[in-house]
Design a protein around this ligand. Structure first.
Ligand SMILES: [Fe+2]
Length: 354
């Protein structure tokens, strides 16, 4: 343990140093507050024992600065026995104890021991608090992960009911991530994008099956009913993902159009985050290139033509261009297994680096 003894009287200083050295401290000395600060700047100490009345910078000035700059250092003040008021003031300013002059050897030793014990408890308590916070944070993250996994399995259950959209969410997520990378989206957003893309259609759980799988053109009422899946999805996810607004917005807004004619809010390009604009394009692409209850899959070229035609109206032109750069020449896989999605992703990355 290291100790700094601060006193303007060399005689008193050497008594304290001898005392504390006997207690096992490695001691340094300073003749006033300013010297003490210089010493601590050179090397902090576990304990500072300081007189109050000193020239240049006294203990009253030293204490607050000490507490602020070296909060882990235990401070014991030495006060005149008549100066109770200063002693109390020192305690309110964070000194852990005080010794009244003239002091007894045993008294100094006991006060120092007590001060160090208090310091140990304070530090332990702080470590405990910090660990606790980290643990709580880790658990909150884990709970969120488990929730997302649970919701993903719901999404897969939904897809199992509907053979036409099997693998849709996984493919949309794989496409979206690749496109986002080419557009320089940062990692924090990528994670939200992946989850949002995986879950974007989760609200279809709340859509009538007869409408969801209707093998014919939908009536206006049926169309509006199906489009409610965006809002239903947001509601399902809200309780747990309320701190992840980006994910919620992907789910709610993935049928918006940049010209403002989409659902449910008629938002325009400027109000739609890039992550949403990406999902809009890749979702439409995957829907068109895979079969639906009411139509067979469209040829790729026709789908790219359609994306280009709607570029600037339904879709963000920059996203369409990035998508075509990444996937224009990649053979698409009709049904996504995790391996197939990965292969698709790798092929797109290879295409981009050519
Ligand atoms: Fe959708």
């Amino acid at each position: 343990m290291s100790c700094l003894v601060v006193d303007d009287e060399p005689h008193l200083r050497s008594i304290l140093v001898r005392l504390l050295t006997e207690q096992g401290f490695v001691c340094r000395q300073a003749g006033n507050g300013r010297e003490a600060l210089r010493e601590l700047e050179r090397e902090p100490a576990d304990l500072v024992i300081s007189d109050i009345r000193m020239p240049e910078m006294d203990g009253i000035q030293l204490l607050p600065e000490l507490r602020q700059r070296w909060p882990d250092t235990a401070v014991v003040m030495v006060t005149a026995v008549s100066d109770v008021r200063s002693a109390i003031w020192c305690l309110t300013q964070g000194a852990l104890d005080y010794v009244a002059k003239p002091f007894q050897v045993e008294d100094v030793q006991a006060r120092v021991r007590q001060a160090l014990e208090k310091r140990r408890l304070i530090l332990e308590n702080r470590d405990y608090q910090q660990n606790l916070e980290q643990k709580v944070e880790a658990q909150a993250r884990r709970i969120e992960e488990l929730f997302v996994v649970a919701v993903q399995s719901l999404a897969h259950a939904l897809e199992a009911k509907d053979p036409y959209t099997r693998g849709h969410s996984a493919r949309v997520a794989a496409y979206a991530i690749t496109v986002a990378r080419t557009l320089g989206v940062e990692d924090g957003v990528l994670e939200d994008l992946r989850i949002g893309a995986e879950l974007h259609d989760i609200g279809k759980i709340g859509v009538r099956e007869s409408v969801l799988n209707k093998p014919a053109k939908l009536s206006d009422e049926e169309y509006l009913h199906i489009m409610e899946h965006t809002v239903i999805g947001e509601k399902i996810l809200m309780p747990l993902l309320k701190d992840r607004p980006r994910i919620l917005q992907i789910v709610r807004s993935h049928h918006e159009r940049i010209d403002g004619a989409g659902l449910p809010d008629g938002l325009k390009s400027g109000d739609l985050p890039l992550a949403v604009r990406i999902v809009t394009v890749v979702d439409a692409f995957d829907a068109m290139t895979t079969g639906r209850a009411y139509r067979p899959p469209l040829p790729r070229e026709a789908v790219f033509d359609e994306l280009r035609a709607e570029s600037g109206r339904q879709f963000d032109p920059a996203v369409v261009a990035a998508f075509e750069r990444a996937f224009g020449n990649v053979a698409l896989l009709p049904i996504a297994t995790p391996i197939a999605v990965e292969a698709l992703h790798d092929a797109a990355v290879a295409a981009l680096s050519r």
